[in-house]
Ligand binder design. Structure first.
Ligand SMILES: [Zn+2]
Length: 326
């Protein structure tokens, strides 16, 4: 039996988050090289400041700067860091109660071995060389160098007291990324192998006779398993389309351009693809288009082997021929 195909997939986008006045105050402090805590109604000093008091539920408005040195209260060794963690080498996550605070604060502790970490050890903030108003402005904690250094490590620039940035941090951009392994079904695997050979393959339902591309393994309408392979035409009809005018991160083509549903001749379901070779405002429903493939040496197991569709220089299709596929 032929093996099914699988491939790594990454889904990622940058999430823009507004910080609000409390978290914004904390991040603004980090940019200025100071750690800002919030005082609770019961006299606690919490880093980062809580947005609302845990007892009275009032918004936190009482802020206090705490030291950038503190004491490890608990820790966990990270022998094999994963993507997105503070370091790509082994390190510790530590809960550190900064001098002046009453609750610990979680951050990375940069040491080379778990033998160098212990509860009760004194540590200091190591500031990032360039600070932007993010939690990463604290690069990590590191063992306190020299006892009696009550002030901890000085930030590389600005800091001190009295000189504070005027424009507060109001938002942060948080990249969100998900890596996963996509496993194609046997029927989809045949579809992708077809594309790697310059063919577009579907399957016909033995019950309702509809031809699905890509094949679904079973008919979505009546549930019948599908097995009969059908090679589809490279030409089809635009059933509906969208003109993309909005630029976005990672976009491969400069807008405006057209994404369209193309009903390939012989298929009963349309595929989504790019339309080029015609001005965006001339694309229309019923327009006949043909597949334009990338050079064969660039083919992989992907629908992207078809670079785009272009006008086929045929009369438009009658509405009756595609009205059931909109
Ligand atoms: Zn069916």
């Amino acid at each position: 039996m032929t093996r099914t195909l699988s491939a790594p997939v990454t889904v990622a986008f940058d999430y823009t988050r507004s910080t609000g006045p409390v978290v914004g105050r904390f991040l603004t402090g980090l940019r200025d090289g100071v750690v800002v805590a919030g005082r609770t109604s019961e006299g606690g000093v919490v880093v980062p400041p809580l947005e609302y008091d845990p007892v009275t539920h009032e918004q936190t408005t009482d802020f206090v700067e705490v030291a950038s040195v503190g004491t490890v209260t608990s820790w966990s060794w990270v022998p094999e860091p994963v993507k997105g963690q503070p370091f790509d080498r082994p390190f510790a996550f530590a809960l550190v109660t900064l001098d002046g605070a009453t609750r610990p604060f979680l951050h990375a502790l940069d040491v080379t071995s778990p033998d160098e970490v212990s509860t009760g050890m004194r540590v200091q903030v190591r500031w990032a060389a360039e600070r932007v108003g993010a939690i990463t402005d604290i690069e990590a904690f590191e063992p306190l160098s020299g006892e009696g250094d009550a002030g901890g490590s000085a930030p590389p620039s600005s800091g001190g007291t009295g000189t504070r940035t005027v424009d507060p941090v109001t938002g942060v951009i948080v990249p969100v990324s998900l890596d996963y392994q996509y496993a194609a079904s046997p029927e989809e695997s045949a579809f992708y192998r077809g594309l790697n050979a310059g063919r577009i393959l579907g399957q016909r339902c033995p019950t309702c006779q509809k031809v699905y591309v890509p094949p679904r393994s079973a008919c979505p309408a009546d549930g019948t398993p599908t097995a009969e392979e059908v090679e589809l035409s490279q030409t089809g009809t635009i059933t509906t389309f969208c003109i993309v005018n909005v630029p976005f991160l990672g976009q491969k083509i400069i807008p405006p351009y057209v994404s369209a549903y193309v009903l390939l001749d012989g298929a009963d379901i349309a595929i989504l693809h790019l339309i080029l070779g015609v001005p965006a405002d001339e694309v229309r429903m019923g327009m006949r288009v043909r597949a334009v493939w990338k050079p064969e040496e660039e083919w992989t197991y992907s629908l992207e082997n078809i670079d785009h569709f272009e006008p086929a220089d045929e009369p438009d299709a009658d509405y009756d021929t595609y009205q059931h596929h909109l």
